[in-house]
Design a protein around this ligand. Structure first.
Ligand code: GLC
Length: 422
């Protein structure tokens, strides 16, 4: 199925309207009204979208991100850009501005988001074969992966830990209820207040995550680690193109270690569960995260079959008219209007789409691409959508809908090729 020209025009326009400049840097804001800054994984999605029609802007998007890399390798999940601090309409709670979370450099947050950088850089390279661009990207990518595998895995278990729900990119997902000591039915304001309190706590230790803070590494999250595996493989591809065989071998070795650790500590039947605390207590909950391992090909064929047939296509769980809901209907926490507690989001649809393609579930992938396009047609470029009636919710002029441009069967093999070593 191909995208119609009208939709492509809308995406090109939205990406242009949301583009911002700061000195020599350009980047894209996810939504001018609600999210007027730069976000880490959003920028990686933007790069994937832009690679379809404006490869130069796609490169700038990533270059503006890596410009803010901390000395220790971390790349912050929010960059406010100088001059913007007072301009945004970011919510405040108890008089505290969320954006005033500083550590190290000014103008940024001190949290991470799922590391999609290497994947995005590789996708750009597939378009124009620019080795010079790749050569500039490899050091920051390597540095970021070093940070994650060293600082965020103090016990060397090969699993990256989150110190805050927002690091998953799914702020109020029920996967973090246990860690936040919250019930499955809850008020979003209370969830937000607890997340802010956690930030305050980390601020007192300057966000330095050392062994003594190991307890704070409460959640080893499935999407974060699956995405890391895939990005380590993309790093290996990049290093290989640049002739750095040692870096390529190291990245592959690391990808394999994380994969094995995920299988050891997270796999239960055909599903991988995020874990809590030092003893890897499984967070047995069906959220879209159970499908994230498809993206990194972490499951066997038989496991993937069971997962897709038993859960993705299950009407009591994830099969809805405008899916894929971020939380299964069967979960007590399911709330179709609850931000990350049920609505359909375009980025999670995209991850699932790519994963399904990789395992050859072409029909199921097509169905997701189709409902994603239908959602845009029915409700426009919104932040999330009601999985049952397709109503749009949250931010407007939100960029993630642009990912449908990447859920198109043209040039598919090339784009969604496996990153597994041959
Ligand atoms: C919300 C989302 C997060 C995203 C940000 C900007 O906080 O939960 O994933 O990066 O908005 O779009």
């Amino acid at each position: 199925m191909q995208l119609d020209g009208q939709l492509v025009k809308q995406i090109v326009k939205l990406m242009r309207v949301n583009r911002r400049q700061s000195g020599p840097f350009t980047y894209t804001v996810p939504s001018p009204d609600s999210y007027p800054y730069q976000w880490f994984w959003d920028s990686c999605f933007h790069a994937v979208i832009l690679s379809h029609f404006d490869v130069s802007s796609a490169k700038h998007e990533l270059l503006s991100l890596v410009h803010w890399q901390f000395k220790n390798g971390m790349i912050p999940h929010m960059i406010y850009w100088p001059g913007l601090e007072k301009g945004g309409q970011f919510p405040t709670i108890e008089g505290k501005h969320y954006q005033s979370i500083h550590w190290g450099k000014r103008h940024t947050s001190s949290l991470i988001q799922p590391p999609m950088l290497a994947y995005a850089a590789w996708r750009i390279y597939l378009v124009d074969g620019d080795r010079e661009f790749l050569a500039g990207m490899l050091p920051p990518i390597h540095h970021l992966h070093n940070y994650l595998l060293r600082q965020r895995d103090p016990r060397h278990h090969h699993l990256v830990g989150l110190i805050h729900p927002d690091e998953s990119g799914e702020d109020n997902s029920p996967r973090f209820d246990h860690a936040l000591h919250m019930r499955s039915r809850q008020r979003i304001e209370e969830n937000y207040r607890r997340r802010l309190r956690l930030i305050e706590r980390y601020r007192t230790v300057r966000f330095v995550v050392a062994r003594r803070m190991d307890r704070a590494h409460w959640v080893r999250d499935v999407p974060m680690n699956a995405i890391l595996v895939e990005n380590l493989r993309a790093e290996a591809r990049i290093a290989e193109v640049l002739g750095d065989i040692h870096a390529a071998a190291l990245a592959l070795e690391r990808a394999e270690r994380v994969k094995q650790a995920m299988r050891t500590h997270m796999l239960s039947g055909c599903m991988m569960y995020s874990t809590y605390g030092l003893e890897y207590e499984p967070i047995r909950m069906k959220t879209w995260a159970i499908f994230a391992p498809l993206f990194a090909e972490l499951l066997t064929r038989a496991e993937a079959d069971e997962l897709v047939r038993g859960h993705l296509l299950n009407k009591r769980e994830f099969m809805t008219p405008y899916g894929v809901p971020t939380v299964a209907k069967s979960e007590p926490s399911f709330d179709p209007m609850g931000f990350w507690r049920g609505p359909t989001w375009m980025a999670t649809n995209w991850f699932i789409y790519v994963g399904l393609r990789r395992y050859g579930f072409d029909e199921e992938a097509e169905a997701i691409a189709r409902t994603s396009r239908e959602l845009l047609g029915k409700s426009g470029f919104r932040e999330q959508y009601h999985p049952v009636n397709g109503d749009g919710m949250g931010a407007t002029n939100f960029t993630w809908g642009g990912l449908v441009i990447d859920m198109d069967s043209r040039g598919l093999r090339h784009r969604h090729q496996s990153h597994l070593p041959v």
